[in-house]
Structures are given as C-alpha cells and as structure tokens.
Design a protein. Structure first.
Length: 115
C-alpha cells in the first residue's frame, strides 16, 4: 500500500474520534489550559499528555492522550526555536483538531476538520 493510501486510510480510521476530541479541545481552551490543544494518537505506552481514550476499553485501535503545545515544548518534542513557526501553521482549534499520530508511517502532525 502506498504512503498516500495509508494516510487516507489513517484519516478514515481517526474520524470516529472527532466528537470526543472536539469536546476535549473546547474544555482545554475554556479552562485556559492551552490555546493549542494537541491529541496524541498512539498504540503503545507513551509519556505525553493525559489519557482520554484507551484502545483496550474502546472499540478502536488507538490510545489517545490530550496534550498541548506547551507540553510538547517543555518536553522538547517541539524545539523552543520552532514554537513560533508551529503557532503560524496551527489551524483554528474551533474548526480543526491537531493530532500527533505515531504509526507505522512515523510520527506526524495532522489537522482534521472538526465536522
């Protein structure tokens, strides 16, 4: 399967989580935790964010942790000198959800529309 096909398949697989992620994103912003919520999709244990979906208790294939740009920066997942650049490409969280997906394709940021 080509990388493009895997990416399309991944986006379809992630879409059922949109509602939960939208609500979590709103809470993160309303509670003033961050204006830059990031959701980490992974299939193994990682030490980033707060778990909100466990693949063992949900019907999906993904664990999902809620995180933020601030945590990514403090853990050097985004280098301090790259924070401003990241903010420029960060899409409006009221309309989009920022995902950091760790899969067989590697680790990458993906923005998906909330609708």
């Amino acid at each position: 399967m080509s990388k493009e096909k895997k990416f399309e398949s991944l986006q379809i697989e992630l879409s059922p989580y949109k509602s939960v992620l939208g609500k979590a994103s709103d809470i993160i912003m309303e509670k003033e935790v961050s204006n830059f919520p990031i959701f980490v999709f992974h299939q193994h244990d990682i030490e980033v964010g707060i778990p909100i979906v466990d693949k063992n208790t949900s019907k999906g294939n993904w664990n999902i942790n809620a995180s933020s740009l601030e945590e990514f920066s403090s853990k050097s997942l985004i280098q301090q000198e790259k924070v401003e650049e990241f903010i420029k490409v960060f899409k409006d969280p009221k309309e989009n959800i920022c995902l950091f997906v760790i899969s067989e394709l590697g680790a990458q940021f993906i923005f998906i529309n909330r609708n």
